[in-house]
Design a protein around this ligand. Structure first.
Ligand code: HEC
Length: 203
């Protein structure tokens, strides 16, 4: 649609949307590049720990996504990262990363938006949070740690056994999630808690 073509790719870049490293880029990279055995602090595949800004920056030419190794590897038509059996990144995900690079690849934390917990649905709020922060590791062809978020029931299982909330609030009874990533923003934790309190419905 907009990337990988040699011309006319600047339109989307001037759409004014500011990409936030901390909220949008880092969770995506942790969840898709720092899976077990890959570029995480324990296994450091190819000596990259892609949970760290400085290591991510080694693959980036700030201001030019086209010159950036990161962009090249995720869009490589023959052997893209992440490797098989994982899915390639979606167009939207590639756009987010490219925009961030084009905007200078800064380590920015954007202002948190007002936190709305009045009505939290699964499809509208919880699923998008899981998709960004968790599902690179917990959905797709090889869900990790026996936690399979490909289906709603898989999510529901971790609500019922308490591990979803425990792992994101990091109370020490389960492994901290997102694994190798930062704690979820407080608002997202409040929203997931509210959804659980309201019965964790598939709504
Ligand atoms: C980088 C990969 C990765 C990401 C991202 C990730 N997880 Fe995990 N998760 C794992 C692995 C691996 C395990 C198994 C425990 C272990 O080996 O540390 C696990 C275990 C779990 C468990 C079981 C914990 C326990 O101790 O019983 C839950 C629940 C869980 N993850 C939920 C989540 C949620 C919710 C998110 C997003 C907010 C998330 N995970 C993000 C890799 C990940």
């Amino acid at each position: 649609m907009l990337l990988g073509i040699s011309s006319c790719t600047n339109e989307y870049i001037s759409d004014g949307r500011q990409v936030c490293f901390e909220q949008e880029v880092l969770p995506l990279i942790v969840s898709t590049c720092a899976r077990e055995g890959c570029h995480n602090p324990a296994t450091r595949e190819k000596d990259y720990d892609l949970t760290q800004f400085n290591d991510i920056l080694k693959m980036v030419e700030p201001g030019s996504y086209r010159k950036s190794e990161l962009y090249k590897v995720i869009t490589n038509p023959f052997s893209p990262m992440p490797p098989k059996p994982y899915d390639r990144l979606s167009k939207e995900q590639i756009t987010t990363i490219s925009l961030w690079i084009e905007q200078g690849a800064v380590n920015a934390v954007c202002m948190a938006e007002a936190c709305d917990t009045s009505f939290v649905s699964y499809s509208g709020i919880v699923k998008p949070i899981l998709d960004l922060y968790c599902n690179g590791c917990h959905a797709g062809p090889r869900p990790q740690g026996g936690v399979d978020y490909n289906s709603f029931n898989g999510v529901r299982t971790t609500v019922d056994d308490g591990s979803l909330i425990s792992s994101i609030i990091r109370d020490g009874n389960t492994v901290n999630m997102p694994k190798n990533g930062n704690k979820l923003p407080d608002c997202k934790i409040q929203q997931i808690k509210k959804w659980v309190q309201d019965g964790a419905k598939n709504n």
